[in-house]
Design a protein around this ligand. Structure first.
Ligand code: SF4
Length: 518
């Protein structure tokens, strides 16, 4: 029996059919198909040991908490949400980690605002908290601990915090803190209501535990933190740490020995592994890939920054060589990766993300974006890029520069997604940002993103889901794309309605949130 049960709702407790990017759909409500079909596409049930309720693969963050507790000698494990009933009569605590508990983060909040419907990530999380198992557990006096990148959201839902009896919210890297909390629970001591993980509680490299069971789609963390310090990003609050190769290998082995054949290298910027500041260096990157390819049949990257793409290619053709190495060893034809454009305005780039273009000048940002997209198209890297709307210093002209840039990117295979800025990082205290208004210039950017992504989506879906096993999901995704194309007209009408509401000052995202909670 486990004393500490670690879990999350279905939108995260899944391997997304082995296709990490499909997980993106969990940030939206079901569109064009019934919700059960939407969930089947983006969040199918993972393989589970039916006796214990433990999934074969689990989200990496949950695996880290599990590893920290197991290493400290506690009986802890990740359990699928459908099997919680097996544990709630005995466990001391249920621990839940999430990227976006209440869909306040982009892009969930963007889809929510546009569709006026609750995204499935929020819906399923609420369903988990309201489940019989969780009620029974709380009635018995068990402790509920929550955390993860979206921990800050609890500060905006104090009513739910109280209603569900959440005992402790951990905001920040939890590996050290969670052990102390577990000790308090075992000893019957009270636990703090809110823990902000400060510099002295952030784990050092040696204190970051190695996962003991496999992670979803072979995700392995290779570094923490980011040296670019964009003003809107909470990652800047974390110190920069490169995970040494021997530690990475231990985790690669855990996944490989459990039959996971894909490796997803995770970092805010994979190309900065072992870098000289913001300048990628070939040696650590080649050593990292040589190692990862020993334990994988296919390999992916989570994120890269566009300036690093340009620098790496201009200095020793690093990107060309890395992709050639990956493609020759795995037989795959491309790598999908997330990246941030954020704005097409050099003026705004200079204000909100002066380090994003480094080592190049922030004034050159739009050129860097274009050049990086051209390089990635040449070497077989397909970006899913974000642009950010509603930045406090943003002007209509900045948005128009973004529209022009997206126009120039049309020829490069990619997806571009708009995101509304929410309070995070050093902007964390500007809670008023939750009450954003959609402005006409935002609509122009959103429309341009939709056109761009609809142009590329059918081709990219065919490439990404080309294997036999993905045929049913491929068919459903194509159906969805067709539906959105068909609905383009009514989406445009909805957008125009927003424009009118924006002009009258009657549209507020907060109103949508409140309406949905009632
Ligand atoms: S480059 Fe990305 S991860 Fe780094 S600070 Fe900027 S937004 Fe955050």
């Amino acid at each position: 029996m486990l004393d500490f049960v670690i879990t999350v709702d279905r939108t995260l407790m899944t391997n997304h059919h082995g296709k990490e990017f499909i997980g993106f759909m969990t940030t939206s409500p079901a569109i064009g198909v019934p919700e059960f079909l939407w969930m089947w596409i983006c969040a199918p049930k993972p393989r589970i040991d039916k006796r214990t309720g433990m999934p074969l693969e689990a989200p990496y963050g949950l695996r880290k908490v599990e590893a920290a507790l197991v290493k400290a000698g506690f009986k802890a494990g990740v359990v699928d949400p459908d099997y919680l009933h097996k544990y709630v009569d005995h466990a001391k605590a249920v621990m839940i980690g999430h990227h976006d508990f209440f869909a306040f983060c982009a892009p969930s909040n963007t889809w929510w605002a546009v569709t006026k419907r609750e995204p499935v990530n929020r819906k399923y999380f609420m369903r988990l908290m309201n489940s019989d198992a969780m009620r029974r557990f709380k009635k018995r006096g068990g402790k509920i601990i929550v955390g993860g990148p979206a921990a800050w959201q609890w500060l905006h839902v104090e009513d739910l915090w109280e209603r569900w009896g959440v005992d402790c919210v951990i905001d920040g890297e939890a590996e050290k803190v969670i052990v102390k909390i577990a000790e308090r629970i075992v000893n019957g001591d009270p636990v703090p209501t809110y823990v902000f993980v400060g510099a002295d509680e952030v784990p050092s490299i040696d204190e970051i535990p190695t996962i003991v069971r496999p992670s979803v789609n072979g995700l392995i963390e290779i570094m923490r933190g980011c040296p670019r310090h964009c003003r809107f990003c909470s990652v800047t609050l974390r110190p920069l740490r490169y995970i040494p190769l021997d530690k990475i290998e231990e985790e690669l082995k855990v996944n490989w020995e459990n039959g996971i054949r894909h490796v997803l290298l995770h970092s805010e910027d994979v190309l900065l592994y072992g870098a000289d500041g913001v300048k990628p260096r070939p040696e650590p990157l080649f050593r990292l890939h040589e190692l990862a390819l020993k334990y994988s049949e296919t390999l992916g990257w989570s994120h890269v920054s566009l300036a690093a793409v340009v620098y790496a290619e201009h200095n020793g053709k690093i990107l060309t060589k890395l992709t050639e190495e990956i493609f020759s060893k795995t037989g795959q034809k491309f790598i999908g990766v997330q990246t941030g454009i954020e704005t097409g305005s050099p003026r705004l780039a200079k204000i909100i993300m002066p380090g994003k273009a480094a080592p190049y000048k922030a004034e050159r940002w739009p050129e860097i974006v274009e050049e990086a997209f051209a390089i990635m198209a040449d070497v077989g890297v397909v970006p899913a890029a974000t642009v950010i709307l509603n930045i406090p210093e943003e002007t209509p002209d900045d948005c128009m520069r973004t529209v022009e840039l997206i126009d120039r990117l049309r020829k490069y295979p990619s997806l571009i997604v708009p995101m509304y800025l929410v309070p995070m990082g050093i902007l964390k205290d500007k809670a008023a940002l939750l009450k954003f208004r959609i402005k006409p210039e935002h609509v122009e950017v959103m429309w341009k993103c939709l056109e761009h992504s609809l142009y590329w989506a059918p081709k990219l879906a065919s490439m990404y889901l080309s294997d036999k096993k993905s045929a049913p999901v491929r068919a459903m995704v194509h159906l969805f794309i067709k539906f959105v194309e068909w609905k383009k007209k009514s989406i445009e009408k909805r957008i125009r309605e927003y424009l009118e509401m924006a002009a009258e000052g009657t549209y507020e995202h907060k109103a949508v949130i409140e309406a949905s909670q009632t």
